[in-house]
Design a protein around this ligand. Structure first.
Ligand code: TMP
Ligand code: MG
Length: 212
């Protein structure tokens, strides 16, 4: 086993698609099958930068739109040394949101171009697999009301969904679309199958750089 790196696995999707639930289930399943795995999430609200982001999302502070975009990106970059260390140690990282959320959410605001939004995240560790939990707005609505945080409105989320669709056209990223309308166990089975495949392939490949 020595020398084999872990895989970087990302779950993306609009709010209420089940990302957090599925990340936990995946980590548990990987660990139970003897594969080291840990969960991470972005934004990571525990750091100094993350606390600024948290206050913004909870509407406790206002930040200029470009500024908060760069803070979200900085919040990923500050975790890169730790991520690389863990991957080198053979730990598989299961990440709840990544740069794709960063681009999809900011570019859903008026006046933001996709390429401007992507630039700060160019060169981040490239995920070996990005699974997009696909759930249409009607299905999402059945899962209950949005919370109180910024961005949690159906109009904004529809635009976010369109931005994700644009990002998924990028063939340099290993996107897999998962039907998140299935029951939790079937979604989990799909996610596990894609993840085991990615873990096996990643062992023999160097870690890439995103969008570069
Ligand atoms: P969370 O609910 O998964 O904690 O995510 C918080 C919100 O932040 C969610 O609405 C998506 C948004 N977001 C961005 O706007 N930019 C980013 O880079 C990330 C990771 C999340
Ligand atoms: Mg949320």
């Amino acid at each position: 086993m020595a020398g084999k790196r872990g895989a970087l696995i990302v779950l993306e999707g609009v709010d209420r698609a089940g990302k957090t639930t599925q990340c936990s289930k995946l980590v548990q399943a990987l660990q139970q099958s003897g594969r080291p795995a840990e969960m991470m999430r972005f934004p990571d609200r525990t750091t100094t930068i993350g606390q600024l982001i948290g206050a913004y999302l909870e509407n406790k502070s206002d930040l200029e739109d470009h500024t908060v975009h760069l803070l979200f990106s900085a919040n990923r970059w500050e975790m890169v040394p730790l991520m690389k260390k863990k991957l080198e140690q053979g730990i598989n990282l299961v990440v709840d949101r990544y740069a794709f959320s960063g681009v999809a959410f900011t570019s859903a605001k008026p006046g933001f171009r996709l390429d401007w939004c992507m630039q700060p995240d160019v060169g981040l560790p490239k995920p070996d697999l990005v699974m997009f939990l696909q759930l249409n707005p009607a299905e999402a609505a059945l899962r209950g009301q949005f919370g109180q945080e910024r961005y949690e409105t159906s109009v904004f989320q529809r635009t976010v969904q369109q931005r994700f669709e644009q990002l998924m056209k990028d063939q340099t990223v290993n996107w897999q679309v998962i039907d998140a309308a299935q029951n939790i166990e079937n979604v989990h089975k799909d996610i596990t199958a894609h993840s085991l495949n990615a873990i096996n392939k990643a062992q023999n490949l160097p870690l890439g750089e995103l969008w570069s």
